[in-house]
Design a protein around this ligand. Structure first.
Ligand code: SF4
Length: 394
């Protein structure tokens, strides 16, 4: 029976290898990456070939119009700073980025002409990406681009889009600008479309995919676009409009400090013994128990080494969860939905059978439907091991 690597080699052929070499990406790393990201999208890993084919299919590249409203550009910065395997190259190669106020070489009237041309040429087919919240107070006058408020821009552009992605917490539900007293009346994209009565040109609702996070994970953006390209449909969303493959589980359920929570071992002050030993940060205000996101699996900054807030000793801020991040105080303790460990979790104490092994943790993740996030975790371990193990075959 062929391994996934052998099958992908045959499916993809030499063309991708050439492209990858030009980009300075090792082919073996890329195949591993594709397999992991396919699993992370909740798709069978056997579909990795289709995912890679979707990346290669130049004729299927969707036009993207990327708007910036009230925000810090952190989501774009986060995307551009990703490095493995040159994630920003992948994303920018997969789409035709026709308009982005941050990345456009053009300026002024030329930029506006590029926007108008793309809307006309891709009417009903382009993806609208919005970064930043929409001010509803003072008729939106807190934010203007080329003399237009976000509302005016949305009226002009959104009806012609096929779908919209609200990247980051600001675009998803208002983010930091919506913190009390919310002077600009900041709301997310979906809410703004509703308030303004903006629909697609045929009167149907414009689908909006929310990718909250401050910043949003570039991997979640990549996976969302890849899912759309591969399956020709939008991923399954939860009640808050988030892709279930990325936001289906509480951070608390996949946190590496969870065994300490279950055993009652907590850091009580920054720098105390529990904090130095890596115990649970719940009593320091960690919002992991009420925040749905895949941060423990995909981490941040693309540098490995367990780099996500809890991983480096800071309580989760709840930035991805509406009503938690920027709304609850840092020190305020989270509402805990899962006080006791789920019954399918492996034991966490050594006297009951030797403690939690990696295999048990993986099994627990798979049983609980968390195979996707464990897959990405496994990919991260592969990344770290790559330097030491260059002889192993796929
Ligand atoms: Fe991890 Fe926070 Fe949950 Fe503790 S409370 S296990 S640090 S997510």
């Amino acid at each position: 029976m062929k391994t996934t690597g052998e099958w992908l080699n045959e499916e993809i052929g030499p063309r991708l290898s050439d492209q990858l070499e030009v980009r300075g990406i090792d082919r073996r790393s890329f195949i591993k990456f594709a397999a992991a990201i396919t699993a992370a999208m909740g798709l069978p890993v056997g579909m990795a070939g289709r995912v890679m084919a979707a990346i290669e299919n130049e004729s299927a590249r969707p036009a993207v119009i990327w708007l910036h409203f009230q925000e810090c550009t952190g989501c774009t910065e986060s995307l551009l700073r990703a490095t493995h395997p040159t994630l920003e190259t992948l994303i920018l190669d997969m789409v035709s980025l026709d308009y982005s106020e941050t990345l456009l070489a053009a300026a002024g009237h030329q930029a506006e002409a590029a926007l108008a041309d793309s809307i006309q040429a891709n009417d009903g087919r382009f993806i609208l990406v919005v970064e930043g919240s929409v001010p509803t107070a003072d008729r939106g006058n807190f934010c203007k681009v080329a003399g237009q408020t976000p509302q005016q821009m949305l009226h002009r552009i959104a009806p012609h889009a096929a779908a919209a992605i609200a990247i980051g917490s600001c675009a998803s539900w208002g983010g930091v600008q919506s913190a009390a007293p919310n002077p600009t009346g900041a709301v997310g994209l979906a809410e703004a479309l509703k308030l303004e009565g903006i629909t697609k040109a045929d009167g149907s609702a414009l689908p909006v995919i929310n990718l909250p996070g401050c910043p949003a994970s570039p991997y979640n953006f990549l996976q969302t676009v890849l899912y759309y390209l591969t399956m020709q449909q939008l991923p399954e969303l939860d009640v808050k409009g988030r892709p279930k493959f990325a936001y289906g589980r509480l951070i608390h359920e996949n946190c590496e400090r969870r065994p300490h929570f279950d055993a009652g071992r907590f850091a009580k002050e920054f720098g105390d013994e529990g904090h130095r030993k890596g115990w649970c940060l719940y009593k320091l205000g960690c919002k992991g128990p009420e925040t749905f996101a895949n941060c423990p699996a995909i981490e941040f900054g693309d540098v490995g080494g367990n780099t996500w807030p809890v991983g480096i000793g800071h309580p989760c801020f709840g930035c991805a969860e509406h009503g938690v991040g920027f709304h609850k105080a840092l020190h305020e303790q989270a509402d805990v939905e899962t006080v006791t460990p789920p019954s399918m979790f492996p034991g966490v104490t050594t006297e009951h059978g030797g403690g939690m092994t990696a295999a048990a943790a993986a099994l627990a993740g798979a049983v609980a439907g968390g195979a996707a996030v464990y897959a990405l975790g496994a990919h991260d371990k592969l990344k770290r091991a790559e330097g030491a193990d260059t002889t192993q075959q796929d």
